[in-house]
Design a protein around this ligand. Sequence first.
Ligand SMILES: *Cc1c(COP(=O)(O)O)cnc(C)c1O
Length: 386
Amino acid sequence: MLTPNQTNFSGGPGALPETVLQQLQEAMLAVPGVGLSILGISHRSDWFAGVVAELEGNVRRLMGLSDDYHVLFLQGGATQQFSMLAMNLLAGKTSPADYVLTGYWSGKALPEARREGPVRVVWDGAADGFRRLPRDEEMVFSPEAPYLHYVSNETVEGLQFRRILGRDEVPRVCDMSSDFLSFPADYQRFAMIYAHAQKNIGPAGVTVVIVKDEVLKGMPDHLPSFLNYHTQKAAHSIYNTPPVFAMYVVLLVTRWLLEEIGGLANMDAINTRKANRLYQALDDSDGFYIGRAAVPDRSRMNVVFNLRTPQLEAQFLEAAEAAGFSGLKGHRSIGGIRASIYNGLELPAVESLVDFMDAFRQRAMNTSGQGKGSAAAPKVGQEVEL
Ligand SMILES: *Cc1c(COP(=O)(O)O)cnc(C)c1O
């Protein structure tokens, strides 16, 4: 078997557990018990009906969702949901939906909702460069809003809510694309949760949409069938040909979460250790690595930081790539460095990155200052030219 010589720290598609990749390698030739390649099994087969049922059940179990939540597997990514949710929940409404604007992705959801109906921005973090999240006292949520929308983890800026926002009487809708199934919470307080697979739970091509039955009741029926949650619900995610392969990968990932990891509390403990290791490395670097997000709002999925100059950042990225750390370049909208440490990325990979970062810093410090190759301890605030 070929072994990869790069570790995937990319913002997405993210790293997947090795045991899952091994099972996929086998399934590519023949799925155990079926005898056909995963790429050529009918979505109308009994086997696939079993996949959908198990997948729904696993998501419910992991998140603690009761039967009045529908678990759908749709296409079009999170971007399709920006529109689809507004078509279903906002069109024809007179009072505006509340949107919390905390970064790049919540900023993408907003104009799509505006095409469908009235929207109000509850809080706008642009003035602070999206370096922090709002405190509760900075937001006034409307009791009249058809729904509240926010993004639980801003993937680009590395900001993560660890609390649930909003008023209980207003349906909460949350884009959890980049921290889905990464920590436990009272998910039944949401009316709708959506997350594409390609960051935390699988490959691109499938998006999980969780909708409470009560919310579906008020939805209009004039929409194109494909974009109507009723249709998708009634068809159990097989309204048309679904992404069988992507859904099978997600199934294997949910099995891994349940059986090998042991649930979301354990996953969270692992993710927290990984994130703490990296943030510690930033905080212990005497300002060589500069964390972007306000400390209380730091994401456990995307660790975003800068070095002192763009030149130094370019050298860092080049050296990292050569050392086998792939995908560390920050999002094109803000630059810098982003280490994405999704569920499937293991602690030893983070430890290797931290070792690399320490070594890079030492090298940069030694090369500048009192002479090249000097082993002298780096001085705080020393100018670095490498
Ligand atoms: C990556 C990302 C998206 C975009 O998802 P697509 O599947 O590419 O449409 C949306 N929301 C969040 C939070 C993301 O991280």
